[in-house]
Design a protein around this ligand. Structure first.
Ligand code: NIG
Ligand code: FE
Length: 404
């Protein structure tokens, strides 16, 4: 397939991952350009005037469009049933997310809805959420389980994510469900009854290390057991309080620590000196009316950062990485170039896929997000815009807007 006559073809430069510091701003930008795909891979990118073709092939008309890598969403909670629109309305009237959680609402109300749904309905819900992500330009997505918290529903969630084409992460330690007396007793159960089977489907494990959820000692116990079972490690950390997630992530060699809205100068310095990626979720901070994570300080200190939606029914009902890029530019003080690298190559690194995902360059997977815009930076500039005109995944058009 040849995608021809594109206004711009834009990709994070180089081949390294993750990119940090000044490298985050380094893009390859070609004007009047093409992307040539061979099967599921990119064969090359170049200027139209240099294109030499001796074969007939499928062509996509790229006039008026800019190509960026298919976006990579490395942090979502797409395996849920029901919604939290009631809670949203209460929060709009002043109730806090942590209060609702402590009162048995919040995450646990989605746990009830997800348990009640059954595997077929859950599978349908995940496929619907996958389509929402795709229409926003996302071609590679991770999703956590974490709304089952029993054996059957956790495993059904992981299978539904895998079967919909997502990268499954086992969030077995998301909350303590009501049938267990406390977090330690719940961990006894999940580590013996769910982990062995979950580790066959999931690629990573995640834990919500926070006041009211799991403390650092419990998170360590959970993550160490998951590491022994072959899973890579991630943490929800510093969302409301600094409770030791950053040092634990560094000590355990986690892939990422995610949220960081409450991270101070010490955590920023420690993360910058480590190989752990800081995954920033500004849609979640916005949705809950919380402070934004210290993105600029992290980047300037040399930390590797990624951006993700945190798509879920409670704290971030938002599947749009373009909107996250707008928040990155307006709230996190990241440039559009930094935001692009953070939700392509660096997000791919968090998912262990940086060798094949996150760049438009020869040898990478043919995953392309086509923007109907005069300049690729509309990705961040057009707040709440709908500039994604078509999405190519594995060398085939996976979705296109009716008329672009
Ligand atoms: O990343 N904070 C923990 N987990 C999710 C929210 C889950 C929910 O509210 O349903 C998050 O924000
Ligand atoms: Fe999350």
């Amino acid at each position: 397939m040849l995608v021809r006559d594109l206004r711009q073809v834009v990709s994070p430069a180089g081949r390294r991952a993750p990119v940090r510091g000044d490298q985050l701003r380094e893009l390859d930008v070609l004007e009047e350009a093409y992307v040539l795909c061979d099967g599921t891979r990119i064969e090359g990118v170049g200027r139209m005037r240099d294109l030499r073709l001796d074969l007939e092939m499928e062509e996509v008309d790229g006039r008026g469009l800019c190509a960026v890598p298919g976006l990579v969403d490395c942090h979502t909670h797409a395996a849920f049933a029901g919604d939290r629109v009631e809670e949203f309305s209460l929060r709009a009237g002043g109730a806090s997310y942590e209060e609702l959680h402590a009162a048995g609402g919040g995450i646990l109300s989605t746990v009830s809805a997800t348990r009640a749904a059954g595997e077929a309905e859950l599978t349908q819900a995940v496929a619907l959420h996958r389509d929402w992500l795709l229409h926003a330009g996302t071609t590679t997505w991770e999703s956590k389980s974490g709304y089952g918290l029993d054996r059957e529903t956790e495993l059904a969630s992981l299978r539904a994510i895998r079967d919909a084409g997502g990268v499954p992460t086992w969030l077995g330690a998301h909350a303590v469900p009501p049938e267990h007396p406390d977090a330690d007793a719940y961990l006894d159960f999940v580590l013996s009854e769910v982990l062995p089977e979950a580790a066959r489907v999931a690629e990573a494990a995640d834990v919500f290390l926070e006041r009211g959820a799991f403390d650092a000692a419990q998170a360590r116990r959970y993550l160490e057991a998951c590491r022994v079972a072959g899973l890579s490690l991630r943490l929800h950390g510093d969302q409301f309080t600094e409770s030791g997630a950053v040092p634990l992530a560094i000590e355990l060699g986690a892939r990422s620590v995610d949220h960081l809205e409450a991270t101070g100068a010490g955590g920023t310095r420690a993360l910058a000196a480590s190989d752990v990626v800081g995954v920033l979720l500004p849609a979640s901070a916005l949705f809950l009316g919380r402070p934004m994570p210290p993105a600029r300080a992290l980047v300037d200190a040399g930390a590797a950062i990624a951006l993700a939606t945190d798509f879920n029914p409670g704290s971030a009902f938002c599947e749009s990485l373009p909107l996250v890029c707008s928040l990155a530019a307006t709230q996190l003080k990241l440039s559009p170039a930094e935001a692009l690298a953070a939700c392509t190559v660096n997000a791919a690194y968090v998912l262990g896929r940086a060798a094949t995902k996150g760049r438009l360059a020869a040898g990478y997977d043919a995953d392309i997000c086509l923007l109907d815009a005069p300049d690729w930076r509309y990705l961040a500039y057009h707040l709440g815009g709908h500039d994604v005109a078509a999405v190519i995944q594995g060398g085939a058009v996976a979705w296109s807007r009716a008329a672009y």
